[in-house]
Design a protein around this ligand. Structure first.
Ligand SMILES: [Zn+2]
Ligand SMILES: [Zn+2]
Length: 330
């Protein structure tokens, strides 16, 4: 999605004004040599710029990599932006000695945040969410199944965050779940079914920019496409926090129109013979409708509680739209 949406084109024709919303592709989770990445911040930022992203958040472990110099050096205002961030990386050890990895990203961060600690997994999560919120940055909870550290109950108990990773491109984070533990997308439906509105992020969690292989955490695997009024850190962070974005591992959308009555997903066709299926999903992960149409359209009855869409292509790539609570709750 590189163009202005149809809806916005219509608005522009009416108003002719600036400040129009556009779609910006970005990755909110990336490491550099300032933590355990293999490349300097400049090389990391350039990778994303050269691969036609509009923004990247540098999120080193417990370190705020400076971005002002990078933005000056890359000199692409309105086209590409490096956003300040940190992966606040905390740990909790229970009485049995079991360790839990508790990681949260702070997007649009102005000062480094030390891990906050706490007396339980949920307390550590909450303390770090609160610490991130106190700086004015936006928090997203990362890779819940990494080390099988965070459960659906943890995500349900924590307050005042809107975002968590439903897809993380690192090869060892167990997105799909297993052994009786739900995958991150199934957790999402459990949260939404309980009335907890959270938005799903797809990210790279990239560490390796020099060698590419399925067992390395390479860039380009998961991203968000954000609808914002401007390509600046505040506008991007705010749009993420209010759920004005979709997540993707390869499927691109031309437009997404949601009203009280209808959800319309316009899929960007690719130049090959790829085919698409759109699944509209409601309470408990129930598939309300599956369609091969493009645009894919779902007419809201008002009895669904929520509706979200997952678009899959015939080569396994996906996109996820954010949940929309229908008349039953609104
Ligand atoms: Zn992490
Ligand atoms: Zn990470």
């Amino acid at each position: 999605m590189r163009t202005v949406t149809g809806l916005v084109v219509a608005l522009m024709l009416i108003t002719g004004g600036p400040g129009r919303a556009e779609w910006y592709k970005g990755n909110t989770h990336t490491h550099t040599i300032n933590s355990d990445g293999d490349s300097a911040p400049d090389a990391v930022a350039r990778w994303y710029k050269e691969h036609r992203y509009n923004f990247v958040v540098l999120s080193d472990h417990n370190y705020l990599t400076p971005v002002d110099g990078l933005n000056k050096a890359l000199a692409a205002p309105g086209k590409f932006l490096v956003v300040g961030g940190e992966e606040v990386s905390d740990r909790f050890r229970d009485k049995s000695g079991r360790g839990f990895s508790i990681h949260l990203n702070a997007v649009n961060l102005g000062r480094v945040i030390p891990p906050a600690g706490g007396g339980s997994v949920t307390e550590v999560l909450q303390n770090n969410v609160d610490a991130i919120n106190a700086t004015g940055a936006v928090a997203h909870i990362n890779h819940p199944n990494f080390g099988w550290s965070l459960t659906f109950e943890d995500l349900l108990a924590v307050k005042n965050y809107n975002l968590y990773e439903i897809y993380n491109g690192h090869p060892a984070v167990n997105n799909a779940g297993g052994g009786g533990v739900p995958g991150t997308e199934a957790m999402w439906d459990s949260l939404l079914t309980r009335g907890k509105l959270v938005f799903g992020i797809a990210s790279d969690d990239a560490h390796s920019f020099k060698k590419f292989s399925p067992d390395l955490s390479n860039p380009g695997r998961g991203w968000v496409v954000v609808r914002a009024n401007a390509l600046d850190s505040d506008a991007i962070a705010r749009a993420l926090d209010r759920g004005d974005f979709y997540s993707s591992t390869g499927v691109e959308l031309e437009d997404l129109i949601i009203t009280d009555k209808r959800i319309t997903v316009k899929i960007e066709p690719d130049r090959s013979s790829t085919r698409f299926t759109t699944f509209f999903i409601g309470t408990g992960g129930t598939v309300l409708k599956a369609t091969g149409d493009n645009p894919a359209v779902y007419d809201i009855t008002g009895k669904e509680l929520y509706v979200r869409a997952r678009i899959e292509d015939s080569n396994g790539r996906k996109a996820w739209t954010q949940p929309f609570y229908t008349g039953a709750r609104r």
